[in-house]
Design a protein around this ligand. Structure first.
Ligand SMILES: NC(=O)c1ccc[n+]([C@@H]2O[C@H](COP(=O)([O-])OP(=O)(O)OC[C@H]3O[C@@H](n4cnc5c(N)ncnc54)[C@H](OP(=O)(O)O)[C@@H]3O)[C@@H](O)[C@H]2O)c1
Length: 333
């Protein structure tokens, strides 16, 4: 028996129950991992709430969570690249994140092809706090709009989980960063991680402020907030720039008229999903190795602002929904 969080229906955080579940031994190609740290991600909130962009009802009951680090306890037949005692991490299974969840548990059976070995200089907590968010940042920076030296990038909710990694990565590549933040305390965190300017976007018109700071607008916007920021952000981008919407923390982005992109100066708009970036094992391992190298060299700092016992997942979700957190949050089994 292992402890796990289970939900039987969508709803408020209280639908999450801390219960005992049974795990079978690992089948061929699978690995039993004892979790030491579990990443909390906004997709966990979406899965719990329901109404994700998933077109069909999710199968119940389910255990939320897409990301964890830990130690191999047993391996199934045919697994030769992992052995008991190895330190490992994983992010997502072989499919959409809202489909194959299950990390909110003391232990989990994971296909060997989803695991990565953790380097010695990366702690379990650093890995669980940053793999999913780091792979998301990588997909934006490498595939959506790679920032060039001297560019200016607008990053919304700059002290949040994904964006705090983006801020540091973009600065490392030599671009300027304008961040937005919901409070002065968050603005201070964003500034400490490299933002050149931070706009308190709940009290200041961020479009006017971006125009004042840049004249022509920014080269790209990285937007994980969605509903409250996306349409206004179209007016922050200079001609031929790019608006990357990667998340919906404030709600779904409304439909847009494609012709509006012409009117805004040949704007490009895109919406990445990180699960595609890492759906192949070799891509996952290569991207993680690159990201861990940046973390290991201190180029990117992984900020873990709070940890919760696994049994307190309800409180953790309440805090995420209240927008209280900066950086990353963890559940500790
Ligand atoms: N496309 C992908 O593959 C992918 C991958 C990872 C994450 N995501 C998405 O990206 C978004 C951000 O993820 P994250 O891990 O960085 O989230 P997070 O750390 O929980 O931060 C979300 C931030 O959004 C801001 N916010 C604005 N309106 C909000 C609201 N109504 N409720 C809660 N927060 C609100 C808050 O910052 P302020 O107080 O500064 O406003 C909050 O701190 C989420 O929608 C997530 O699902 C997408």
């Amino acid at each position: 028996m292992v402890k796990a969080i289970r939900i039987h229906q969508h709803g408020e955080p209280e639908v999450m129950q801390y219960i005992d579940i049974e795990l079978p031994p690992p089948a061929p190609g699978e690995v039993l991992v004892r979790h030491t740290a579990i990443g909390i991600n906004f997709s966990d909130i979406n899965v719990r709430r329901g109404g994700f962009y998933y077109p069909e009802p999710m199968k119940m009951p389910l255990t939320p969570g897409n990301e964890a680090a830990g130690v191999v306890e047993a391996v199934g037949e045919g697994v030769d690249d992992f052995k008991p005692g190895d330190r490992v991490g994983y992010v997502g299974m072989f499919g959409p994140f809202y489909h194959f969840t299950g990390a909110y548990a003391q232990k989990r059976i994971v296909p060997a092809g989803r695991l990565v070995h953790l380097p010695e200089n990366i702690s379990d907590r650093q890995a669980a706090a940053s793999m999913l968010k780091g792979m998301t940042a990588a997909s934006i920076i490498e595939h959506m709009y790679p920032p060039k030296k001297g560019d200016t990038i607008l990053i919304h909710a700059a002290a949040a989980g994904v964006s705090l990694l983006l801020v540091q990565w973009v600065k490392h590549l030599g671009a300027n960063v304008i961040g937005t933040a919901g409070s002065q305390a968050k603005a201070d965190v964003a500034t400490a991680h490299g933002c050149d300017h931070v706009i308190l976007y709940r009290e200041t018109d961020f479009v006017a402020e971006v125009k004042r700071l840049t004249g022509a607008g920014v080269h790209a916007v990285y937007d994980g907030v969605g509903k409250d920021t996306f349409v206004k952000s179209m007016d922050c981008v200079r001609p031929f720039g790019k608006l990357v919407n990667y998340g919906n923390a404030s709600g779904h982005v409304p439909p847009i008229d494609l012709l509006a992109c012409a009117a805004k100066g040949s704007l490009s708009v895109c919406r990445p999903a990180v699960s595609f970036q890492i759906s192949k094992t070799e891509d996952l391992r290569r991207n993680c190795a690159h990201f861990f190298d940046l973390v290991g060299r201190g180029v990117i700092k992984v900020e873990i602002s709070k940890t919760y016992p696994l049994s307190e997942a309800v409180q953790a979700h309440r805090d995420v929904e209240a927008g209280k957190a900066t950086g990353s949050l963890l559940l500790i089994p």
